[in-house]
Write a protein that binds this ligand. Structure first.
Ligand code: ASP
Length: 338
């Protein structure tokens, strides 16, 4: 019988209203089970691992990503797939981080959650949970159909490290702006095989360390030198530079000097665009030519979530500066298009 491990970390899916304050607080898995009697009708053997404490995903932390990856790694051979119940707020970060931590993944790791708690009549939780389980169980020629870390939400399956939380009010909470969806759930569950990663040839490897000492510098017209220097001259190890259009910034000399100083001082500077769609193209305009010359790294079409978790991951693996730069510009788990 197909065996799936459900890992419950928290999120709206399992929340209930606090009777005193009326705010939504995480609650235990028992009530999820009570609200989804269909789980007993699925022909899978389900085991549940609840995190302690269960949480609103805004409290997510790299230590918990490491716990998640360790759990999947240690119980890998016992299960055909893994479903992680997670708050939607930081789901794209966790999915991205897990995709980097779990190298040579041959089984599905599907994150899902919901916009309305499972106990509410109009909840989206049931469909999300049941279909995520079906996807995690799906096989082809004896092998997992989707050997990837994914997010399943509102009838669509996304590559985890390509997804962003896009809407806090609609059931369609996620999008994958620069990569097609991997599957769609309508009357049939339709998989788009060409976009799904192939089965790996090597054994699963897990890497658990992160360096989260990263600064973020978002460009806006009129940004002051003090604001820029607060990041470029701070003790961070890397900077994610959120630029205009295809990777452009002001060409003001003080700004170029600040970035150049940062790079000289050993900081890795990665350029990603404020646009949700499209890619960074360093050198296309005069306004990114200088960045290219000084060694700013292109983040191509990576999401902010993938960029930050990839940096955190790569900077903790003992690589040299040049190796991190090279790996940032390569697709490791399908997170960017060069
Ligand atoms: N604040 C919640 C969380 O991320 C939102 C959700 O689950 O959708 O845990």
């Amino acid at each position: 019988m197909t065996k799936i491990l459900i890992i419950y970390t928290g999120g709206t899916i399992g929340m209930v209203n606090d009777t005193d304050t009326g705010t939504l607080v995480p609650f235990n898995f028992k009530q999820i089970r009570q609200n989804v009697p269909e789980l007993a009708r699925l022909n899978y053997e389900l085991e549940v691992h609840s995190f302690d404490p269960i949480m609103d995903s805004s409290n997510m932390h790299p230590d918990i990503w490491a716990e998640l990856a360790k759990l999947i790694f240690t119980r890998y051979d016992e299960f055909d797939g893994f479903v992680i119940l997670h708050g939607s707020d930081t789901m794209a970060y966790t999915a991205s981080a897990l995709s980097f931590m779990l190298q040579n993944l041959s089984k599905p790791v599907i994150l899902t959650g919901s916009q309305l708690p499972i106990g509410q009549i109009r909840t989206d939780a049931k469909e999300n949970l049941i279909t995520a389980l079906e996807i995690a169980a799906m096989k082809e020629n004896g092998k997992a159909k989707v050997p990837e870390v994914c997010i399943y939400f509102d009838s669509q399956l996304f590559r985890g490290n390509r997804s962003i939380k896009y809407n806090s009010e609609k059931f369609e909470a996620f999008r994958s702006p620069n990569y097609p969806i991997l599957a769609e759930a309508g009357v049939h569950l339709t998989f788009f095989n060409n976009y799904i990663l192939p089965q790996p040839e090597k054994e699963l490897q897990v890497l658990l360390n992160f360096n989260s000492n990263i600064g973020v510098l978002k460009m806006y017209p009129g940004i002051s030198q003090q604001a820029v220097m607060a990041i470029t001259h701070s003790p961070v190890d890397a900077i994610v530079l959120e630029t205009f259009g295809s990777g452009n910034t002001t060409t003001a000399q003080w700004f170029i000097d600040c970035l150049e100083d940062a790079i000289h001082n050993g900081k890795i500077v990665v350029d990603i665009s404020q646009c949700q769609r499209g890619s960074v193209e360093l050198g296309k305009y005069e306004t990114s030519k200088q960045l290219q010359r000084m060694g700013v790294v292109s983040g191509y079409d990576m999401t902010f979530e993938a960029t930050i978790t990839k940096l955190m991951y790569l900077m903790a693996q003992g690589h040299s500066y040049t190796e991190v730069v090279q790996l940032m510009e390569q697709s490791l788990r399908g997170e960017l298009t060069v």
